[in-house]
Design a protein around this ligand. Structure first.
Ligand code: FES
Length: 79
C-alpha cells in the first residue's frame, strides 16, 4: 500500500493534493505534516486533519496519539 498524497474534499469535490511519501515512512503511532494537514497512522488506519489546532493554532503535526487513538494537541493537550 502506498500513501502518496492527501486529497482535500470539500462540498465542491477534490480541491488539491499534498505529497506525503511512502506509507513505510508513517509507522503506527506516527504523525507528520503534509502541507496544511497533519497525517497520522492509528494501528494501520491512516488519517488527515487540518494541521492547525482550532484552539490557538498549534501545529498538530507535532501532536501525539493517545491510547484511544485520539490526536493530542502539543500545546494544551486537547484531544
Ligand atoms: S492550541 Fe491546541 S489545545 Fe490549545
Amino acid at each position: 500500500m502506498k500513501l502518496s498524497s492527501v486529497q482535500r474534499v470539500g462540498d465542491e469535490g477534490v480541491r488539491g493534493e499534498h505529497e506525503v511519501g511512502p506509507v513505510a515512512d508513517l509507522p503506527a503511532g506516527a504523525v507528520v505534516g503534509a502541507g496544511g494537514y497533519a497525517v497520522g497512522n492509528i494501528d494501520g488506519g491512516l488519517f488527515a486533519v487540518s494541521r492547525r489546532c482550532r484552539h490557538l493554532g498549534a501545529d498538530l503535526a507535532n501532536g501525539t496519539l493517545d491510547e484511544h487513538g485520539h490526536l493530542v494537541c502539543p500545546w494544551h493537550q486537547s484531544a
